[in-house]
Ligand binder design. Sequence first.
Ligand SMILES: [Mg+2]
Length: 273
Amino acid sequence: MSRVEPRVREQQVETGFCRARAPPAPQHRGSLRGHLPVPDPARVTSLLGQKRRSHLLKLPNRRRERAPSALPVDGCPADCVPLLQAAVKHLLPEIKPQDASKLCVVIDLDETLVHSSFKPVNNADFIIPVEIDGIMHQVYVLKRPHVDEFLQRMGELFECVLFTASLAKYADPVADLLDKWGAFRARLFRESCVFHRGNYVKDLSRLGRDLRRIIIVDNSPASYIFHPDNAVPVASWFDNMADTELLDLLPFFERLSKVEDVYAVLKKQRTNS
Ligand SMILES: [Mg+2]
């Protein structure tokens, strides 16, 4: 397939988040947004945490009609819609004794650890069958370079949680194959996000952990728009096999794992970058 410069592709992804002002996002070649071998692309693209308005239309009526001011979510803006409406106090279970002293790191999946596509690629690390509207489709998954070293070490240093806006029927089997070390103590999918102004937002205040001890690693700033001070941004990854982002981050996380409060360190990091 023809190559698109990484910088351009990142702009395409970011354009997708600027739903109100930006023109419709160009389809990324080879992504799950493009090359859809089914008659209803909107249903297929909804596998991933994309930001199309069509997703809002697909919310059940009871969610769309709920008065935002009545939403029982602490710290959530008035116009957000938590997708998981069950009376669950926290998204995460009690911390395990062996993780009690560790910071919690929330790690994104798509374009942070892997890139997936419906378009067949001959170097896919995994091929995940996913059923959509009664038809089985193959999702081709590429692992970001150094993701194995990254996950293994992160799982030793932190209480890691996979948090993705993608659907569990795709992301859960990917995580099964990707996480050979049990780094992810928990997995959170789209229904654990908050739908806010066209984006699936990961509301860290719902996790049930001290916010001063939570870090989110994500390629999408929209995902952590409620808690930008907890973020370690990463560049979006698609297919650059020379990428060293995850490897380069490890020394920083080694240092970060020893602090009591992440805010001062992350603020300093933002200032220096
Ligand atoms: Mg992502």
